[in-house]
Design a protein around this ligand. Structure first.
Ligand code: P6P
Length: 334
């Protein structure tokens, strides 16, 4: 039986296309793979291994941490700190960066949301790990938080692991988007789709409609037009989805198109924030993936990948997915 292309073989085969890649890059992706397989195993077992429920703690965002948030972050650190592929790790679950020791300092910086959508974990709905890879500066000096504050266009690679009905790794290294499905029989991610392409148009939008009364006018207008259906200005009926797990929403959009929106709104601004989703380890990696699949990703005002970060846990409005829909929503902001 032909096993098919494993993720590791795929990276080694494509390594020549990854500018400046070396075994370090392949090793880093392999470390991320191992971490995601460990997280997948725990997500799969859930209540059987007592990893559900609250960790009775808060993250730097002041949000309740689930046990699996904390465990997933620890798995990431453990998988990455011994192999010398990164200089430091940044995570939604840690206030500051986690620098590697001088003798183990590698050529890359890794940012991650170890378990995105974790509010779903206790109700058995899909969650995921999101990661973003930047080049480290000169690896003779200790990395600082400032080294991470690079616009999304400088990402070397981005990806996510979706813990859904099947566990899937989705990856871009700047040459298109590929999808891999975990074969648990022998613990390998196997290539199941290449050159993923998002349809330019869609009839499906994803937004948390319970926030409607807080939305700014451009979002109000766009959603009202969708809801008006074929009798309205769009001349077609729309469907709505909201999983409350960005990884699941992005995966659906990569698979069949759609537009995902988490705009800034009056409620968020009243809390002194600039959005709900985080730029460095949610919006940027997902924006790279979506653009590499032919879609678009903006804040409503600018391309997400061109936002100059001010701080590690910065939040931004996110509108991403089918190019023509994102362009329409963005145009309404002009
Ligand atoms: P709400 C999960 O907490 C997350 O960061 C994204 O994965 C998801 O799209 C969004 O927040 C859900 O937010 O306000 O609907 O719970």
């Amino acid at each position: 039986m032909r096993i098919g292309t494993t993720l590791t073989h795929y990276i080694i085969r494509n390594q020549r296309e990854i500018e400046g890649a070396s075994g370090t890059f392949t090793g880093l992706l392999n470390d991320i793979c191992v971490a995601c397989k460990k997280i997948a195993a725990l997500v799969d077992k859930g209540a059987l291994v007592n990893v559900l429920g609250s960790a009775e703690s808060e993250n730097v965002q002041g949000e309740e941490q689930k046990k699996l948030d904390v465990i997933s972050n620890e798995i990431m650190i453990e998988a990455l700190e011994h192999n010398g592929h990164i200089a430091a790790l940044a995570s939604e679950e840690m206030e500051g960066i986690h620098p590697m020791s001088a003798e183990r300092r590698g050529r890359y910086l890794l940012l991650c949301d170890p378990l995105d959508g974790s509010s779903n974990i206790d109700v058995n709905v899909s969650v995921g790990t999101i990661f973003s890879i930047l080049r480290a500066p000169d690896d003779t000096k200790a990395p600082t938080e400032a080294d991470f504050l690079r616009p999304g266009v400088e990402q070397v690679a981005a990806g996510y692991c979706l813990y859904g009905p099947s566990t899937m790794m989705v990856l871009t290294t700047g040459n298109g988007v590929s999808m891999f499905t975990l074969d648990r029989d022998f613990g390998e991610f196997l290539l199941t789709r290449e050159n993923v392409s998002i349809p330019d148009e869609t009839r499906e939008f994803a937004i948390n409609a319970s926030n409607r009364r807080f939305w700014d006018e451009p979002i109000q207008r766009y959603i009202e037009e969708c809801l008006a259906g074929e009798e309205g200005p769009r001349g077609k009926n729309f469907n709505m989805r909201w999983v409350a797990s960005m990884v699941a929403e992005v995966h659906r959009i990569l698979t069949r198109g759609g537009v995902f929106m988490y705009p800034c709104d009056k409620r968020i601004r009243a809390q002194g924030k600039t959005g709900k989703l985080r730029l460095m380890y949610e919006a940027n990696p997902m924006a790279m993936i979506v653009e590499q699949a032919g879609g678009a990703a903006t804040t409503g005002m600018q391309r997400i990948l061109e936002v100059d970060p001010d701080e590690l846990h910065q939040r931004v409005p996110v509108i991403l997915g089918s190019r023509k829909e994102v362009e329409r929503v963005t145009a309404y902001h002009d």
